[in-house]
Ligand binder design. Structure first.
Ligand code: ZN
Ligand code: ZN
Length: 421
């Protein structure tokens, strides 16, 4: 295989992806009709595990609660590369009119909720199952080991348990043998069907949950001077927080967003309450700026509250880090994708403000994450329902390009390494 030309390898994988396309789509529809929430992905995990076992992979289940790890040792010696797919769905009620639309419900934080693969992780699982089969068919020629990671809980179970990537790392998914690179993809409605978009450096943002509790002193609404008004104080804090990004940060270093998204306080028009609670999200593409923003939020909220005689308690729940594409690996990988698919199919992505816990895997070893467009040719990626929308729609012919991309990257990485041009 090391002697095989890029064209021959690309053609081989392209033919194999075409042969398996119908089954990849069937798997995707099956998973779509049977979506499972974060850390409840038992059916999906069993499906992936059974497929891997049949193909001769060494399989570990229950990795990071519901995750599955498959290992394929090629017949030739070489390095180790990892590929990752996430498996969980969202508490969203599907409103598409596809015949395999989800009607599923599940328990989420003590409530019964509708469940939908509104982020397209059904596609990720089906794509990686397709890749697994193609690679198993090439086992005799693969120089090294491929580690496949079927990961639970990417979206966040919001019950205090760690993200799926973190849990799987803690449970050995990136060890024995340890890969030296990890690749993953995400389907997105923001890109045209079958087109791949990526960039070196920060691709997706860090995401932290922000909570601010403002404590004043309750009084009659007609006599604010008799108490301490946490409502006006909170309004001042919300506005001042917006000046952190616009007035205090260098916009050429990183995009950043601070959003206060919930505010709760008071029960009646003529009572100023004791306290107000707010929640929001903090996004950046730079770990230094991220830590700096936490300090600035605390200083701003605390000082404004103090000026009003109130108290502000700021809590930042640290979420996922920046999804950082290793520049060396991504330069190499972009070239590899152009060889494996074709040059027009691979485009540069802008940084996006969404977040991904693939970032944890890419902290263990150099990682490269990329988007796969799924908006049909006749649609407009700018106007198509976004990931997480009840109308999220996948143009299924795009899936084979995801299969080709991951299969080609894995084999090309093992046969060439990134040092070789
Ligand atoms: Zn999502
Ligand atoms: Zn997602």
């Amino acid at each position: 295989m090391d002697s095989m030309s890029s064209d021959t390898l690309s053609q081989h994988i392209s033919d194999a992806a075409l042969r398996i396309e119908d089954r990849v789509i069937a798997w995707r529809r099956d998973i779509h009709q049977n979506p499972e929430l974060s850390y409840q992905e038992t059916r999906t995990a069993a499906m992936a595990a059974e497929h891997l076992r049949k193909l001769g992979y060494e399989v570990r289940t229950g990795v990071g609660i519901t995750g599955v790890v498959g290992t394929l040792k090629g017949d030739k010696p070489g390095g180790v590369v990892a590929l990752r797919a996430d498996m969980d769905a969202l508490p969203v009620e599907e409103r598409t009119d596809v015949p395999f639309a989800s009607k599923a419900t599940a328990q989420y934080l003590g409530q019964t909720v509708p469940v939908m693969h509104a982020c397209g992780h059904d596609c990720h699982v089906a794509i990686l199952m397709g890749v697994a089969e193609i690679l198993a068919g090439m086992k005799a020629e693969i120089p090294g080991t491929v580690r496949l990671i079927f990961q639970p809980n990417e979206e966040g179970s919001n019950d205090g348990r760690p993200s799926g990537a973190k849990a799987m790392i803690a449970d050995g998914a990136m060890a024995n043998p340890a890969p030296s690179a990890v690749f993953g993809l995400h389907v997105t409605s923001g890109v045209r069907s079958g087109v791949i978009a990526l960039r070196p450096g920060g691709l997706m943002a860090s995401a932290d949950r922000l909570k601010i509790d403002v404590e004043g002193r309750q009084t009659h609404g007609s006599m604010p001077w008799r108490g301490i008004d946490p409502v006006v104080t909170s309004a001042q804090i919300i506005l001042a927080l917006q000046t952190i990004v616009s007035r205090q940060l260098d916009p050429t270093v990183t995009p950043a967003v601070i959003s206060v998204s919930t505010i709760h306080g008071g029960v009646r028009n003529n009572i100023l309450p004791d306290s107000v609670a707010m929640e929001g999200t903090i996004r950046t593409h730079d770990e230094g700026v991220r830590a700096d923003i936490w300090k600035r939020i605390d200083k701003t909220a605390t000082a404004i509250a103090e000026a009003a005689g109130a108290k502000a308690k700021v809590t930042v729940f640290q979420g996922v880090p920046v999804t950082y594409n290793d520049p060396g690996l991504t330069d190499w990988g972009t070239g590899s994708l152009k060889d494996g698919l074709d040059t027009q199919r691979v485009t540069e992505s802008r940084p996006t403000m969404g977040a991904e816990d693939f970032s944890y895997l890419a902290q263990v070893v150099p990682g490269m994450f990329f988007f796969l467009g799924i908006t049909p040719p006749e649609g407009d990626p700018r106007g198509a329902p976004a990931n997480h929308s009840p109308l999220f729609y996948v143009d299924e012919p795009a899936l084979k390009y995801g299969v080709r991309a991951l299969a080609y990257l894995a084999v090309d990485y093992l046969r060439r390494g990134i040092a070789v041009d």
